[in-house]
Ligand binder design. Structure first.
Ligand SMILES: O=P(O)(O)OC[C@H]1O[C@H](OP(=O)(O)OP(=O)(O)O)[C@H](O)[C@@H]1O
Ligand SMILES: Nc1nc2[nH]cnc2c(=O)[nH]1
Length: 177
């Protein structure tokens, strides 16, 4: 069923069930890849709060977690300038860091995050994202865990907003054009 968020109409795109199935698989893959090492999960606020919460619930092992807050989007457009609103409050030296994103689009946010982490000396930094728009992603930072590759259309729900609204929708909707 179509939904309305502010002035735009959205159609169902990825169900809550499909999201959970992929997150379970990815949590198991991360665990297997780390060979007993304790990861430090870093959520990128605001958008990642739902995927972060569900992914760590599926992660069957010890882990630490923290958050940073970045913002680049106004409405449905990237501003090309990424602002860091809340920085790292934890020492990442020699740690295996797993950055958790809701979506990678242009990759501008990821580049800013990489700069932030490279200033310290983590053992390794892996990137996990719920959604990736391959047509929009122009950067060369490798993405380690991608739940869904999607077309280059604006989506909302499951943490992702349209002009601050729609984050609480439990599944993902795509803009109707
Ligand atoms: O690859 P990019 O083009 O940089 O886009 C991806 C970023 O855009 C969204 O954040 P936004 O800046 O909208 O802030 P929010 O998480 O508070 O919604 C999303 O959560 C990603 O962090
Ligand atoms: N809500 C939302 N935020 C984004 N940030 C980058 N791409 C998107 C998108 O498609 N939807």
């Amino acid at each position: 069923m179509e939904i309305q968020v502010l002035d735009k109409t959205f159609v169902p795109f990825i169900s809550a069930e499909r999201i959970q199935t992929r997150l379970k698989e990815i949590a198991a893959q991360i665990k297997a890849d780390l060979n007993g090492e304790v990861p430090l999960f870093i959520g990128v606020l605001n958008g990642s709060f739902m995927v972060f919460s569900d992914l760590v619930k599926h992660y069957d092992g010890d882990c630490e977690m923290s958050f940073v807050k970045m913002a680049s989007y106004i409405g449905t457009q990237s501003t090309n300038q990424v602002n860091q609103l809340i920085g790292l409050d934890i020492d990442v030296t020699d740690r295996t860091v797993i950055i958790i994103e809701d979506i990678v689009d242009t990759g501008n946010t990821l580049v800013a995050l990489k700069h932030l982490f490279d200033q310290q000396r983590p053992k390794q930094v892996k990137i996990c994202t719920l959604c990736l728009k391959p047509e929009a992603y122009t950067k060369d930072i490798p993405l380690d865990y991608v739940a869904f590759e999607i077309e280059n259309k604006f989506i909302v729900g499951y943490g992702m907003d349209y002009d601050k609204f729609g984050r609480n929708i439990p599944e993902i909707y795509q803009i109707k054009e």
